[in-house]
Write a protein that binds this ligand. Sequence first.
Ligand SMILES: NC(=O)c1ccc[n+]([C@@H]2O[C@H](COP(=O)([O-])OP(=O)(O)OC[C@H]3O[C@@H](n4cnc5c(N)ncnc54)[C@H](O)[C@@H]3O)[C@@H](O)[C@H]2O)c1
Length: 389
Amino acid sequence: MKRIGVVGFGRRIDHVLKNVTKLSDGRVTVVAYHDPSAKAAERVQAAYPGIRSCHSVEEVVTASDVDWVFIGSFNALHSGHAVAALDAGKDVFCEKPVATTREQCMDIVAARKRNPSKQFIVGFVLRYSVFYRTMKEWIEAGRLGQLISMEFNETLSPYHGASMHGNWRRKSEWSGPMIVEKCCHDMDLMLWMTGSQPARVASFGGLTFFKPENAHHNDMYPVGEEGYRYYDRGLATGYAVGDEENITPFNDDKDTIDNQVAIMELENGVHISFHFCMHSAQQERRFYMCGTKGTIRGNVLTGTLEYTPVGWDAKTETIRPIAGDDHGGAEEPMAQDVLDCMLRGAPTPTTLEDGLRASFTCFGIEEARETGAVINMHPYWVDLAKISQ
Ligand SMILES: NC(=O)c1ccc[n+]([C@@H]2O[C@H](COP(=O)([O-])OP(=O)(O)OC[C@H]3O[C@@H](n4cnc5c(N)ncnc54)[C@H](O)[C@@H]3O)[C@@H](O)[C@H]2O)c1
């Protein structure tokens, strides 16, 4: 039996825990939590009868009946919460991103070194999807040959983007740069698929749509069947249920952006472009990889994965390994792997090191956007190796 304490009990960690406890057959139970939001408390008490509400993070992580700490608080708080949990001798499941600044990465690595026997799982849920696992198998089987270049993207529906611009994610002090908050998943997948890391990056991006002068867009469409105005739907249907100050996405109360592009050259010579937009009427999360022996294209949101070999009369093989949903059918497989790690000590497929590399990649891209310069990533990787030693 493993007992879980939760720090930051919002929408996401609730979803993770429902799957973990459902699959656990009573071998895992949620015993305590800390969340400063009264709204979150009300929801948690109703959904987890008998759970103990704690007044502080410290109270959760030091509780003698807590074995694992699950962290689902705002991004910028993750490292502090993870350090507290590790130093209290607890194993950790931490939602992505593990850290939003280099200093937070250092803190978390130091705590990990002080507590080397503790487990640490990062919630990179997409890695557990059979969709991406099949893509990775195809690459490892040599179907691409040598990867030459690729593009990938993440484009959100307008009301998903709106929800993010109307909740805590609009402020970098809580969420970090938007590339870290939303795209650390994509960077992790790119690092995993290519087996390499960026040598140079450039990036442009900014806030183009979710601004006060575009508020009239919310009046341009009729109220939907669920009774919401178009741009209110995401917040109203709970993209971030713990947040108590959801506001109009067309606010001027933020320092974040809604679109960004990046180009990268990897250490292995592969050339890459990435596109992120928070306002798309055609959502995609697509990988398009061109190799010496074939090409792979896959959009996890439609669940369609295609492979075409190079050659005369080449036929495209199209499979649909998943039905297609936000996370590629990965929620239950992730819950099963988390359980295996918790109950049998099985190694996690998504480690702290994966989390740090994804964050560092995003930090480099953000530096490129902020400065307008092409960033040499070598010092980032030297730095990461140094703090990881
Ligand atoms: N892996 C994924 O696919 C995925 C999907 C969505 C969100 N997330 C991540 O999960 C985390 C939570 O996102 P969410 O969508 O559930 O947001 P949310 O707003 O629903 O939940 C965040 C919770 O943290 C709580 N919180 C704020 N300050 C706190 C503090 N000092 N101590 C403890 N709790 C505190 C809030 O009250 C809220 O209940 C974020 O880091 C986000 O990036 C991951």
